[in-house]
Design a protein around this ligand. Structure first.
Ligand SMILES: Nc1ncnc2c1ncn2[C@@H]1O[C@H](COP(=O)(O)OP(=O)(O)OP(=O)(O)O)[C@@H](O)[C@H]1O
Ligand SMILES: [Mg+2]
Length: 317
């Protein structure tokens, strides 16, 4: 299994007004062979963090500090040729719009085989076609129907499943899913989650799963990371974060949506103020809206310790 480690990562986007610090000192060892969900409100840096792993950052992005290790190698230092070999072989990404990213002028079979060929394998010979068939079976699609089809002949949910199969074709050990079900209707979302669960069970691939859907987190994730303003504020088992969130922001985030079990965490407080990424806070960036913040929180940045970056975390009761 490939080990993914973020080491003190700081990423900024250069804009006219200055630098937007969208990943601010993230330290995380993503548990191997497990499903880790990354949650946090819009703009908290989840996509930037995951795109950085695949070296898919926008041209105005700058790495200010830190490393992203996959199997001990810093992906930020790879040459373009090495990046090409790394993607799909070691790590793949399925994003929200993947279903719309197929070439409309090629059949899905051609595209699946092309994606194999592009990555240095000869597509015309086994075992690849067999692998493609197996993977389509794993995402519960009928190869004889899907391979000759044009993208527009399949539903969005079916295309998203083809994208998942495609991401797995070269047996990567890390699969990043950035809101893979957001663009789908509810029933299809649920079906795709089932399939992802099965993919994980069958392949043992390490999954990093970005989502706003807490029901999906409860269903799929072993671990949960909570991001706020580019910082990882909590990281623990899914059970722990969903049932006993300890960072005041996690508490507020979870309180903003009904819980899967129908209960709501009762002690939710604190306004969800968007942090100013152009002027990152010296201390805790949640402190200005945090009901329990002290002077120390405004001055000093709490490190992630025992799974929570807070000087006054909620204690388990
Ligand atoms: N190319 C860019 N240039 C400038 N700022 C950017 C760029 N891309 C993203 N940002 C900003 O960086 C921050 C983090 O964005 P990112 O897309 O990583 O967040 P996210 O957590 O994935 O949000 P969402 O849940 O909406 O997908 C946001 O404030 C966003 O506006
Ligand atoms: Mg995003």
């Amino acid at each position: 299994m490939s080990r993914l480690v973020f080491e003190d990562l700081v990423l900024e986007y250069e804009v006219e007004e200055g630098a937007v610090r969208c990943v601010d000192g993230v330290n995380l060892e993503v548990p191997e062979g497990k499903v880790t969900a990354l949650i946090g409100e819009s703009g908290s840096g989840k996509t930037t963090l995951s795109n950085a792993v695949l070296r898919l950052l926008a041209p105005n992005a700058r790495v200010r500090q830190g490393r992203i290790l996959v199997d001990g190698v810093d992906v930020l230092g790879l040459s373009p040729e090495e990046v090409r070999r790394f993607r799909w072989h070691q790590a793949s990404l399925v994003f929200q719009a993947a279903q719309s990213a197929f070439n409309p002028t090629l059949t899905l079979g051609e595209q699946l085989l092309d994606s194999v060929a592009d990555h240095g394998q000869h597509p015309g010979r086994p075992p690849f076609p067999q692998r493609v068939r197996e993977l389509l079976g794993m995402v519960r699609l009928d190869p004889s129907r899907v391979l000759p089809a044009w993208p527009h002949q399949l539903s969005g949910g079916m295309r998203q499943r083809v994208a998942i199969a495609m991401a797995l074709v070269l047996r990567p050990q890390l699969l990043i899913l950035d809101e893979p079900t957001t663009a789908l209707d509810l029933i299809t979302q649920s079906y795709v989650l089932d399939i992802l669960q099965e993919v994980h069970r069958t392949t043992g691939v390490t999954m990093l799963f970005i989502t706003h859907d807490l029901a999906a987190v409860a269903r799929l994730a072993d671990f949960v990371g909570v991001m706020y303003g580019g910082r990882l504020v909590e990281f623990a088992s899914a059970e722990s974060v969903l049932r006993h969130p300890r960072h005041p922001y996690s508490l507020a985030l979870l309180a903003s949506v009904p819980r899967v079990d129908g209960q709501r965490p009762t002690r939710a407080r604190g306004a969800l103020l968007a942090p100013d990424l152009l002027h990152p806070a010296h201390g805790c960036n949640f402190a200005p809206g945090c009901p329990r913040a002290t002077e120390r929180c405004l001055q000093e940045r709490p490190p992630l310790q025992d799974g929570v970056a807070c000087f006054l975390p909620e204690v388990d009761s």
